[in-house]
Design a protein. Structure first.
Length: 286
């Protein structure tokens, strides 16, 4: 009896070792992403611009939403996420036509939706709306407005395209925020931009991007000697990793430092709010 038991145990151990040798414990294949819905098949893809054009009544007034009932999809590249803390529970998606905000009640999305990741979004069952006329995908909020969808709903509606390890962070280059861009608020909001050669009006060697105690802070900019005013601002959350960073300032010459600012150009009614993603978006001009 004992001999038979020993023989059985040895045979079982040998079988387990052989199984491991045959690849059962190989490194996982990340071609199929462990996030999202891999069963979504690409079909009926439209552009982000075409999506927004399908709902003119939603964006005719502020804070409206509509349920998407058509079996349609969009795909694009992530241009901004919560990696720096300034974009909270939402991220920015952009294709060749324009950008859109996708609002999800989930933190840490930069871990599986890094900048440069291409995704496919199945739109049927989601809501589209305009939060202060900024186009967003999400869920109804406060009646007719648009807010965050649950993470479970989102997980069922998107698919990561390509190998999860093959992200190209430069696939969507920022465009220059100039007068032509500025004049087309309806067509350009939620796009990745760079506003060049600006200084911060409040830069004095002490002022920071977002003081403690303020949820969000708007900082006005000066370009070519002209204050751009309160309708074009850099908006920073007090929860951003760089909130306590001082506005660019030369302590020797006691003058604000010129810089190029990259970020997502969102809108709040008639105001452009540029959201810096992280400190690498602040380029000091030397």
């Amino acid at each position: 009896m004992k001999t038979n038991l020993k023989t059985f145990i040895l045979a079982a151990l040998c079988g387990l070792f052989a199984a491991c040798q045959n690849g059962d414990w190989d490194e996982p294949n990340l071609t199929n992403a462990p996030f999202g819905n891999n069963s979504i098949q690409e079909t009926n893809v439209i552009t982000i611009q075409q999506l927004i054009d399908k709902y003119p009544n939603v964006f005719a007034n502020t804070d409206q939403n509509a349920l998407i009932t058509d079996d349609i999809q969009i795909k694009g590249y992530v241009t901004g996420n919560d990696v720096g803390g300034n974009i909270y529970k939402q991220f920015c998606l952009q294709d060749a036509t324009r950008g859109i905000i996708i609002a999800v009640n989930q933190g840490g999305m930069n871990g599986f939706l890094p900048v440069g990741q291409e995704i496919l979004v199945n739109l049927k069952g989601l809501y589209i709306g305009g939060y202060r006329k900024q186009p967003e995908l999400g869920a109804p909020y406060n009646g007719n407005s648009i807010g965050r969808m649950s993470k479970d709903v989102w997980n069922d509606h998107f698919k990561i395209l390509g190998n999860i390890n093959s992200v190209n962070p430069n696939v969507v280059a920022p465009v220059e925020f100039n007068s032509a861009f500025q004049s087309d608020m309806n067509g350009n909001c939620a796009r990745l931009v760079t506003i060049k050669n600006v200084t911060f009006a409040d830069a004095d060697g002490q002022a920071v991007f977002a003081p403690q105690g303020e949820n969000n802070t708007n900082r006005q900019m000066i370009q070519n000697g002209k204050n751009l005013g309160s309708n074009i601002v850099v908006r920073t959350s007090s929860y951003a990793d760089f909130a306590a960073m001082k506005l660019p300032y030369d302590t020797v010459t006691r003058q604000p430092l010129p810089c190029n600012i990259t970020g997502i150009a969102t809108r709040y009614n008639a105001t452009w709010q540029i959201l810096i993603r992280n400190t690498s978006d602040i380029e000091i001009i030397k």
